[in-house]
Ligand binder design. Structure first.
Ligand SMILES: [Zn+2]
Length: 245
């Protein structure tokens, strides 16, 4: 019985992430979704079930399906491998939040102010309940400051390379969204766990980057600085990994 509930909740969380990732980055509002092709309102029934616009037959992006399937798989896995010392229901808000932040960052290279504010409140509550005020606040400060150093290092690096090449480089290694997300994850992980989460984030990021860039170079699609990867999903991954180690 419990497994069926997990599957149903996985679908619901998947739908919620898809919906918010569709409307939030462009409208910053909770409204009826519109078709990205013809911009007509998307009827809720078609939006969730056929995933095809009734006006122009445009299909929703492959991301919708990937998110749905991933969330169902994650919810089934949570049945066998609970996250941290939290129950399934306490894990769901975290899963929804982190899933949404990762999807928006991958699609738009962007961390929204709305999700950041929501995340501060959500993870402050979890942090204080799990390990008290001191560890929570120190964790957040550490997460924020460590990524801030990397943010400035990345900017300096882009500036120097830009000078050497005599042109501006607009892509930076880390965005300010990575800095705020790191602070938010610090609330949840607390001190000193956040340090481990950031290190693991960097390790997974480096491994993935090497593989990703090798494939681009081998297929001759590589352009210096045009293929920057979003870092926030790796920070999230680092935090998840550390709780399973
Ligand atoms: Zn349409």
């Amino acid at each position: 019985m419990s497994l069926i509930i997990n599957i149903i909740m996985g679908l619901l969380v998947g739908f919620l992430i898809d919906y918010l990732a569709d409307v939030l980055p462009s409208t910053h509002n909770i409204i009826q979704p519109t078709c990205e092709e013809c911009h007509q309102p998307f009827p809720i029934k078609d939006y969730f079930f056929s995933m095809k616009c009734p006006h122009c037959s445009h299909r929703k992006s492959l991301r919708s399906i990937i998110v749905l399937v991933s969330m169902v798989v994650v919810c089934i896995l949570l049945h066998y491998f609970p996250f941290h010392n939290l129950g399934f229901w306490a894990t769901l808000p975290i899963l929804t939040y982190l899933g949404l932040v990762a999807v928006i960052d991958i699609e738009h290279h962007l961390v929204l102010g709305e999700t950041t504010l929501f995340g501060i409140v959500l993870f402050l509550i979890y942090g204080v309940v799990l390990h008290g005020w001191t560890s929570t606040l120190v964790g957040a400060l550490a997460g924020f400051l460590i990524m801030l150093v990397f943010y400035f290092l990345g900017m300096a690096f882009s500036k120097i390379v830009g000078k050497l090449r005599h042109r501006e480089i607009s892509e930076v290694a880390f965005g300010f969204g990575d800095v705020t997300t790191s602070g938010i994850l610090g609330l949840f992980a607390g001190w000193p766990v956040i340090i481990g989460a950031i290190i693991l984030g960097f390790i997974t990021f480096t491994v993935y980057s090497v593989i990703f860039l090798s494939i681009l170079i081998l297929t001759k699609k590589y352009k210096a600085f045009a293929n920057a990867l979003p870092f926030t999903p790796f920070l999230i991954l680092g935090m998840i990994i550390i709780y399973y180690l």
